[in-house]
Design a binder for this molecule. Structure first.
Ligand code: OFO
Length: 165
C-alpha cells in the first residue's frame, strides 16, 4: 500500500510527464507549421515517450493500491524564435524534470518506500538519456548556425529518429 505523501507526489509527477508530452506536441506542431518535418517527427516520438513515462507512474500508483488523480495541465508555449531556441527549451525542461525525479527519490528514501525508490531508479537513468539526447540536438543546431543547407540536412537526420532512440 502506498503512503499518502508518496501518492500525492507521484500524482504530481504524472501531471509533469503529461505536461512534457504536451510541450513536445506543441514543439512538434510548431516545427510542422514551419516546414521542418524531421524535427516535427522527432518531437512527436518524444511526446509519445513522455506519455509512456506518465503511464509507468500511473500504473505504479494503481498497483500499490493508490488512487490516480489527474490534474489540469497548463497550456504550453506555441512558438519559438528558431529550431535551436526550441531545442534549448527542451534541454532546459529536461533539467527541470531531472531535478523533480531526484527530489522524488529523496522523498521515497525518507518515507522508506522501497518500491517507489526502485521504480524511480528507472527514471534516474532515463533522465541521463533524456538530457543527453536533447543536448546533442542543441549542439548539432549550434554547429549548423544560420546555414540553411545545414539546417535542411539536420532536419533530415532528426527525421530518422525511431521509437527506440
Ligand atoms: Fe519524462 O522525460 Fe522527458 O520530460
Amino acid at each position: 500500500m502506498i503512503g499518502k505523501k508518496m501518492e500525492e507526489a507521484l500524482n504530481a509527477q504524472v501531471r509533469e510527464e503529461l505536461g512534457s508530452a504536451y510541450l513536445y506536441l506543441a514543439m512538434g506542431a510548431y516545427f510542422a507549421h514551419e516546414g521542418w518535418d524531421g524535427m516535427a517527427h522527432w518531437m512527436r516520438i518524444q511526446a509519445q515517450e513522455e506519455l509512456g513515462h506518465a503511464l509507468r507512474i500511473f500504473d505504479h500508483i494503481l498497483e500499490r493500491g493508490g488512487e490516480v488523480v489527474l490534474q489540469a495541465l497548463p497550456a504550453p508555449e506555441g512558438k519559438w524564435a528558431s529550431p535551436l531556441a526550441a531545442f534549448q527549451a527542451a534541454y532546459q525542461h529536461e533539467g527541470h524534470i531531472t531535478g523533480r525525479i531526484h527530489r522524488l527519490v529523496e522523498l521515497a528514501q525518507a518515507e522508506k518506500d522501497h518500491a517507489a525508490a526502485g521504480m524511480l531508479q528507472w527514471f534516474v537513468a532515463e533522465q541521463v538519456e533524456e538530457e543527453d539526447q536533447a543536448l546533442k540536438v542543441v549542439q548539432l543546431l549550434e554547429r549548423v548556425g544560420g546555414d540553411s543547407r545545414g539546417l535542411v540536412l539536420a532536419d533530415r537526420e532528426l527525421g530518422q529518429r525511431t521509437k527506440e532512440d
